[in-house]
Design a protein around this ligand. Structure first.
Ligand SMILES: Cc1ncc(C[n+]2csc(CCOP(=O)(O)OP(=O)(O)O)c2C)c(N)n1
Length: 573
């Protein structure tokens, strides 16, 4: 060993796996989600030397592992880290990469790769990850030299967290991992920020002075409790009703008197009209995607009818879909800090605007009726009253998710994990990730019977790591959302959307958890108490299977009603 390498312990010879894992530790990684594979064995071996600092969470399927890492990114703002094997592991994990991309979540996926001695022969499980992940990752690279691992990892952290956050995929050829190098580590990455200019803030203040019906729309990622408080103050001072972009329910306290509701598919007419008719729309952190804008109708593309102030961390997004009168390149933290210093230059009379918006929101939270003895609207209201304020609610995709999204009141970062991309199977892995990160919090996963069965194998992870999560499975025996679409477009021609279900409560018991079937309103409250109590005292999963009339497909909506309306439309020609 040379004198230099003795002075700097990092400068000893290490294999690629050791360099990589030590670099992760320097970057502050505390937990990695993985399904093991022989293609990245040196990384697994290197974890042996970092026990206590980096916990490997051994998952059952790569989509579960990937979703957990993505949820970790949402919860902490730091990249969630996932390791999967080459080929089949990577393809299984791809759903989480796509989720992280559309949801703008920092995440790093490490994938094994064939050695450079075999590449381009379609060797065993070989895929070109640059092409495979090209459209759904912020950056895809292959580390072809052992001595460049620190450089690539440092860059991966910077890329995943900068501007609009997103996923990075790094492929790890076998020779890179087994090879040895004497190379210094890179220091921990430093996060960059984009802040609004004084001119932009002055223009914003002037637009606010002129506006009569402004609306503040909040979304995206990167929010902190401090930024949320600052934006609350901004909304209060300027008399702004606040809406949350589609499934970004954790970005603003729903209890706040300025909060006006969840913007996007299925929103009430009052909220829709309020945004459409606003004379100044300030969108902060959100891309205002298809779901949020209800197919670019509430905010029209390319030229919105509202005067638009669009605050976004990535300049390439500004002007891409919407022409803003005032585009501002800023991340949410920097914008919130700057907005904290803004004061109205003249009195405004928007208190009634805010009060009316709030009243409409609260009205929308009165439980609607539903067919059958178990009314999910009432159950969702009960959950709202029963859970502590800092509880985390997770969902995947399906109409069942509309119940918590309509009736629950979320209170800031970490209280909602919901894929804006609408990918099924997310709720359970996300709940596991949330409970790992916040063991003291109550975590409740809402899952459709279809959604749950996409990743139910991860119950094994909840069991293994003693995670007292509560899972509510919505058993209607159909892929309900698609059935609703079917009835709307092809009324009465029901096919290919039903399934026979297992006994979910028994499944939970097989995983040494608690399981109970609930089939009526009267049963729901006591059963929820028992599930919460079991999860808290045994640190094991508890599951309630909710059997309900499939006709009650969403708040205020029945399948029979959708069918009748579609048939009437057809009859009218
Ligand atoms: C991974 C994935 N596959 C398919 C879909 C299309 N999809 C959206 S909702 C849905 C049905 C969900 O069924 P379930 O979980 O039982 O909930 P329900 O709609 O019945 O409430 C399907 C198949 C999707 N969004 N994601």
């Amino acid at each position: 060993m040379s004198a230099t390498s003795q002075a700097n312990p990092a400068l000893r010879e290490r294999n690629g796996g050791q360099i990589l894992v030590e670099q992760l530790r320097i970057q502050g990684v505390r937990r990695v989600f993985l399904v093991p594979g022989e293609s990245y064995l040196p990384c697994i071996d290197a974890l042996y030397d970092h026990q206590g600092a980096i916990t490997p969470i051994v998952c059952r399927q790569e989509s579960g592992a990937g979703y957990m890492a993505e949820a970790h990114g949402k919860l902490t703002g730091e990249p969630g880290v996932c390791f999967v094997t080459r080929g089949p592991g990577a393809t299984n994990a791809s759903i989480a990469v796509h989720t992280a991309f559309q949801d703008s979540t920092p995440m790093i996926l490490f994938v094994g790769q064939v050695g450079n001695d075999f590449y381009e022969r379609e060797a065993f499980q070989e895929i070109d990850y640059r092409r495979m992940f090209g459209q759904m990752a912020k950056w895809v690279a292959q580390i072809d030299r052992t001595d460049r691992i620190p450089e690539f990892i440092a860059r991966a952290f910077a890329v995943a967290t900068s501007g609009r956050p997103g996923p990075v995929v790094l492929a790890l050829p076998e020779d890179t991992l087994w090879g040895k190098a004497t190379v210094p580590d890179m220091p921990r990455y430093v996060r960059s920020h984009a802040a609004p200019t004084p001119q932009a803030l002055a223009s914003l203040a002037s637009l606010l002075d002129q506006a009569e019906r402004p609306f503040l729309m909040i979304g995206g990622s990167g929010w902190t409790p401090e930024a949320q408080r600052q934006v609350e103050g901004f909304a209060e001072r300027f008399g702004l009703p606040v809406g949350l972009a589609w499934r970004r329910l954790e970005c603003f306290d729903n209890h706040h008197p300025n909060y006006a509701g969840h913007v996007g598919w299925g929103m009430g007419e009052a909220l829709r009209a309020r945004i459409r008719e606003s004379d100044l729309l300030i969108a902060v952190g959100t891309r205002m995607g298809e779901a949020t804008t209800e197919g670019y109708t509430v905010v029209e593309s390319p030229l919105p009818r509202q005067r638009l102030v669009h605050v976004y961390p990535d300049p390439e997004e500004l002007g891409r879909v919407f022409r803003a009168e005032l585009p501002i390149v800023a991340d949410v933290v920097s914008f919130a800090a700057a907005a904290d210093g803004l004061r109205p230059s003249r009195a405004h009379h928007r208190a009634t605007l805010v009060e009316r918006a709030r009243r409409d929101y609260l009205d929308s939270q009165t439980a609607q009726t539903a067919p059958g003895p178990l009314n999910l609207n009432q159950a969702a209201c009960h959950v709202r009253e029963r859970l502590p304020e800092d509880a985390c609610i997770t969902v995947g995709a399906g109409n069942y998710a509309v119940f918590p999204h309509t009736y629950y009141r979320y209170k800031g970062i970490g209280t909602s994990l919901a894929p804006t991309v609408g990918s099924m199977g997310y709720g359970l892995p996300a709940a596991i990730s949330a409970k790992l990160e916040h063991p003291e919090r109550t975590v409740v996963c809402y899952a459709g019977d279809g959604c749950f069965q996409m990743n139910l194998q991860e119950l094994g992870v909840a069991m293994q790591y003693r995670l007292g999560i509560v899972v509510l499975v919505f058993n209607n025996g159909i892929w309900g959302t698609i059935r609703a679409h079917q009835e709307r477009e092809f009324p009465g021609r029901t096919i290919a959307l039903g399934f026979e279900n297992p006994e979910f409560a028994e499944l939970a018991r097989a995983y040494r958890g608690y399981g109970e079937v609930v089939a009526s309103d009267a049963e729901f409250g006591p059963a929820l108490d028992r599930a919460l109590d079991f999860a808290a005292t045994h640190s094991m999963p508890a599951l309630l299977e909710l059997r309900y009339d499939p006709d009650g497909i969403a708040p205020g909506m029945t399948l029979s009603g959708i069918r009748a309306a579609a048939l009437a439309r057809q009859a009218a020609g």
